[in-house]
Design a protein around this ligand. Sequence first.
Ligand code: NAD
Ligand code: UDP
Length: 327
Amino acid sequence: MRVVVSGAAGFIGSHFCDRLLAEGHEVIALDNFLTGSERNLSHLDGDGRFRFVWQDITVPFQVAGDVDTVVNLASPASPKDYMEHPIETLDVGSAGTRNMLELALEKGASFLLSSTSECYGDPLVHPQAETYWGNVNPVGPRSCYDESKRFAEALTMAYHRRHDVRTNIARIFNTYGPRMKLDDGRVVPAFLDQALRGEPLTVFGDGSQTRSFCYVSDLVDGLYRLMQSEERLPVNLGNPLEMTILQFAEHIRERTGSSSEVRYHPLPEDDPRQRKPDISRARRILGWEPQISLDEGLRYTIAYFQGLMKKSPESLSEVKPSGPGRK
Ligand code: NAD
Ligand code: UDP
């Protein structure tokens, strides 16, 4: 297959390109490096089945030749990133998604959208199944991301209903692994960075809010299966193992052997109280569930961050610890 992937230089996008190439497909990778990095794709230099094109997908563009599948992964994803780039985030979810859907329509290709558990907002139903419509503040600080993804889902369904485009929608829950940016403010890189440097772990609020963390290879496997399925409605992809942020901090301390203390900071506005995917639909339709335990996933991720720190300790001193200032 010939697959166009937007957001290819990002954390998930780069792993997804690796998977497509490993499966024998040809990849045309698009990115404008808003939050991604060339480094994430440098290992693919010289691979004849891989081509990178610098492209802002909010601007209409052409791709020469046949395309079998269009995969739209472009969007800032960490709260720090999307709050720093609220307009770009709304643009990429709306105009960017529209341009990617137009490409799929023009080429007769299928289309995969990476949506998010943020569509559920601060959920009043627990765990979250795809049938839950969510509890989103449309004007809060996270709305630029949440509403852009909800719009992107609506647009995707409209192209399916109006133009018969074969679409898939993945609602991705918190995912972690190598190639996350150390300074992107998300809890996994933030705690690992702090623990490895022996600095206090910045727990927001009292740490009783919950999240569920999925290792990136599991997520990519779910996306790959979904891309080949006939399911048009959203499918949750995430790890249902739920824990409080305080429990997670303790876990990080144990796994890194760090004696970092926990330091409490104010809870950011609209921070969801609880998050746990109901993955019954993914189990039933895709035969998918996560395979990598939290311990194993953290082992790979810690090794990656330790490698980065060895390579460029000076760049790490420039990395500011994430805290409530991320707002
Ligand atoms: P990321 O920031 O690492 O990657 C996003 C990529 O999109 C970056 O390389 C960025 O430069 C690119 N991009 C942004 N705007 C663009 C534009 N206008 N044109 C071209 N490229 C553009 O984030 P990620 O964690 O890899 O997330 C990838 C996708 O998965 C996003 O759509 C995100 O919403 C979704 N998602 C991720 C998570 C997670 O936990 N990582 C959870 C839910 C949903
Ligand atoms: N969090 C924290 N300390 C940090 C970063 C995040 O306590 O340094 C909390 C954050 O308030 C949220 C959870 O960890 O409750 C997950 O945050 P993240 O930004 O990783 O993802 P979210 O699920 O909020 O999009």
